[in-house]
Each structure stands twice: as C-alpha cells, then as structure tokens.
Design a binder for this molecule. Structure first.
Ligand code: CP
Ligand code: NVA
Length: 319
C-alpha cells in the first residue's frame, strides 16, 4: 500500500543534514516513517533495495556504540553503499585536527557523515563546514536517530502517533530532549518525570513547548512518576548516568531513588501500556528485569527499527 505513494526522489530532503528533529516538518517526518516501513517490508520479503550504490558514509565515533554503529554500517551496505568506521582515537581529530578541516577533507571523499560526539555545537560546526549531509548519531543534547526509530515503533504498536500519551521517566537527558521534540512535531502528549536537579534543558523545554503549540501536541513536566504515568500508552526510560557521566553513577543512583520503572509503576498506567528503552539498559536501576524482559517491553523491536529508520534517512538525504 505504501509502495505507490513513496517518491524516492524527495528533493526537499536530498542534501539536508539531520542534527535535530526540530529542523523537520511533520510532513517530512511522516515521509521518513513511511519510507522506513517500506524498507522494512522489502527486507522482510527478501527484496533488495539498493538506491545508494557507490555511495560512502563516514561514521565518526567519539563515544561507544553497539546499535548506532552496527545499524548504520549494516544499513548503508544493504542500501548498496559502503560505511567507514572512524574512531576519533584513530583519526586526526583525536590529535587536534580541527572539525572544520576534517569536514572539508571528508566532503571530498564521502557522500555523508554520521557523527556521535559530546557537544551539539561540534555536530553543527561539522555540518556547517561540510558540503555533504551530516547525521547526528547522538550528542549530550539530542539523539534524533533513536527517536525516529521510536516513532516508527510507536506507530507500529499503537497504530498512530497523534494523541498517544508517552511518559518519560528518569534523567532529563539527550533521550528526553529528542523525545520532547519528536512528540511535539507528531502531535503526541509527552510527560517528562525527572527528579529535581535532573530536569530537561530549559531551552529544549521552551523549543518543544513552542513546537507542541504549533502542532496540537502537549509537552509537560511532572516530578511525581506515579502521577505522570496515569493513562500512559507508553512508558520510556533511559540510563541514569549517560556516557561521559560515569563518575556521577553512585550519586545518581541515590538521587533517582523512586524513579525505577517497575511493575508497581506500570500498574498506574493503561493496562496495555508499552515499555520502551533506547538501550543499553541497567536492570535493577532505571528499570526492573521483570519490566524490560516482560510482556509490555518492545525494546528489541525499537533496536531493530534503528536499521530501517536510518536506511530511510540515508536514502532520503544521500540518494
Ligand atoms: N541506543 C543507542 O544509541 O545505542 P548505542 O549506544 O549502542 O548506539
Ligand atoms: N542517554 C544515553 C543514551 C545512550 C544511547 C547516553 O547518552 O549515554
């Protein structure tokens, strides 16, 4: 049903960067989600889909990764292209070569760059200086590729995005931020429940609130997790200490006491509530083993959808 409607030569997306979901319209996000569904179906039916023959994606990693690295590398290969893994330890960035010089050099070799790094400004500078698409594979501020796959997953399970109530429990981090933006654009209701001191970045709250008003969505903060999850369709959580915050682990375990997603908390949500987590997870901390390994959990469907959603993204930007 989707095949006829998909136009693979979407000129509006060709050559664009993907630094935050906030740069995309609802129409563009819906196009990417439809394309992701199409690509997933083709793969399930064993039909090759190779619009990126001869194209090369460079993948710069300044932090660890399982899902992002493997889904991008397998994804570009399945699309007919090649992925080159560039650990910041091995390339000259690690010895002080500037982002600007790196961007201009790589633009001469590649058709796209995916980067996972610390500061959002680094990704913005790379995108500014490169003349090929740059994809944000996670910064301290945002994780838009994860949320693109999460939107695909929520749509698969709930049949829609608009009107769905998603409650994010835990640290007001990069995942919370991208979920807030993603929900605001797609008409969902998103409640963030974080302890005092771990609320989302005020500038992201402001941006998401503005986008939500434009698109008939709702983004709010509720400190009490039991109140937040009332009537929730989806409960989402993430680690309490993100990459780069390892030294705060013990302090955070104390500060996040009462914010674990467990059977007790799920009992306050809708009976068909879906549990989501971007992974990697720490069982016994932000989520109990019963919940993440239980019947409400869709964490591996989410992880798989990283592949399909990012293949759609690369097709649209690099095709
Ligand atoms: N969810 C996610 O981005 O996982 P990785 O850190 O393994 O890439
Ligand atoms: N918030 C986590 C997400 C990992 C995919 C981190 O940044 O480490």
């Amino acid at each position: 049903m989707i095949t006829k409607e998909i136009n693979f030569q979407q000129q509006e997306l060709k050559g664009r960067d993907f630094l935050t979901l906030a740069d995309y319209t609802p129409k563009e996000i819906n196009y990417l989600l439809d394309l992701a569904d199409y690509i997933k179906k083709q793969k399930q039916e064993g039909i090759a889909f190779e619009p990126l023959k001869g194209k090369t994606l460079g993948m710069i990693f300044e932090k660890s990764s399982t899902r992002t690295r493997v889904s991008f590398e397998a994804g570009i290969y399945q699309l007919g292209g090649l992925g080159i893994f560039l650990s910041s330890k091995d390339i000259q960035i690690g010895r002080g070569e500037t982002i600007s010089d790196t961007a201009q050099v790589l633009s001469g070799y590649l058709d796209g760059i995916m980067i996972r790094t610390f500061s959002q400004e680094t990704v913005e500078e790379l995108a500014d200086k490169a003349n090929i698409p740059v994809i944000n594979g996670l910064t301290d501020l945002y994780h838009p590729c994860q949320v693109l796959a999460d939107l695909q997953t929520i749509k698969e399970i709930k049949g829609k995005l608009g009107g769905t109530k998603v409650v994010y429990i835990g640290d007001g981090n990069n995942m919370a931020h991208s979920l807030m933006i993603g929900a605001a654009i797609t008409g969902m209701e998103l409640v963030v429940s974080a302890p005092e001191g771990y609320q989302p970045n005020p500038s992201v709250i402001e941006k998401a609130t503005k986008l939500a008003a434009e698109h008939g969505a709702k983004v709010s903060i509720e400190v009490d997790p039991t109140v937040a999850v009332k009537d929730a369709d989806v409960i989402y959580t993430d680690v309490w200490a993100s990459m780069g915050q390892e030294e705060e682990q013990l302090k955070r375990e104390l500060d996040f006491d009462g914010y674990q997603v467990n059977e007790n908390l799920l009992a306050s949500a809708k009976s068909d509530v879906t549990f989501m987590h971007c992974l990697p997870a720490h069982r016994g901390e932000e989520v109990s083993a019963e919940v993440i390994d239980g019947e409400h959990s869709v964490v591996f469907q989410q992880a798989e959808n990283r592949l399909h959603a990012q293949k759609a993204l690369m097709t649209a930007l690099m095709g």
